[in-house]
Design a protein around this ligand. Structure first.
Ligand SMILES: Cc1cc2nc3c(=O)[nH]c(=O)nc-3n(C[C@H](O)[C@H](O)[C@H](O)COP(=O)(O)O)c2cc1C
Length: 210
């Protein structure tokens, strides 16, 4: 059975506008793809392992094409579990608000845990090669402001960062669904923006996921 992994990076549960859009996506996705399993990881509830000195030692050992050993193997068990769960998925849904022009910190921590040499990428003749090719990723993001105008676009480090990062590990088929202008404009603008994003999310969810 194929698997979609939903990565939740908003702490606001029922109040989250990002998750309202994600729920519209998932409702249609389940209808149209009954043969897919949906796994969900809530990064604000999950106890994510840290990347502190010993874990980082492991990363450099792997970068040097050596194997983890002894106590490091144990330190890395939780990291490997997170990587295995991520790699088991055939497609991804990331639900992330914009925080300070980029992603919330637990999503960055999750990425720092996942993106490891020999697991998500490797070097071939000195060039990095992503190991997760062929997988689709949908990113639902929301923000208080709007970043589509040319002068505002450079402030949006959500899309640019996630495209660069996941492209690096081989996931190049990314689709962004954004609900913008949600704060400080008007309730009508907020509702229209969320409704439009929910409609777009339903359309994307009905597409082929291979
Ligand atoms: C800590 C924090 C930082 C934020 N930083 C930004 C920002 O840089 N730009 C922006 O447009 N909105 C920012 N916002 C507003 C959120 O992106 C916006 O309210 C979003 O819709 C929240 O998503 P949620 O309803 O799913 O929690 C921030 C909100 C919080 C809580």
């Amino acid at each position: 059975m194929k698997k979609l992994l939903h990565v939740v990076a908003s702490p606001r549960g029922g109040k989250s506008r990002t998750l309202q859009v994600a729920r519209a996506f998932l409702e249609r996705f389940r209808e149209r793809h009954p043969d897919w399993l949906v796994d969900e990881i809530n990064l604000f509830e999950e106890e994510l392992p840290g990347m502190t000195a010993r874990q980082v030692d492991g990363k450099y050992i792997l970068l040097g094409n050596r194997e983890l050993y002894g106590e490091l193997r144990e330190k890395w068990a939780e990291i490997e579990q997170q990587i295995a769960r991520f790699k088991e998925a055939d497609a991804y849904l990331i639900s992330s608000p914009m925080w300070n022009f980029t992603i919330p910190y637990p999503l960055k921590q999750y990425i720092d845990i996942l993106v490891q040499p020999s697991y998500l990428f490797r070097y071939v003749k000195g060039r990095a090669e992503g190991l997760l090719g062929g997988r689709r990723m949908i990113v639902i993001s929301s923000s208080g402001g709007t970043y589509t105008a040319p002068d505002a676009l450079p402030y949006d480090h959500v899309e640019s960062y996630l495209r660069t990062l996941f492209g690096f590990v081989g996931i190049t088929d990314l689709c962004f669904i954004k609900a913008e202008s949600l704060d400080g404009v008007s309730k009508t603008r907020e509702k229209d923006s969320v409704d439009a994003a929910r409609e777009r999310a339903r359309e994307v969810a009905a597409e082929s996921f291979g």
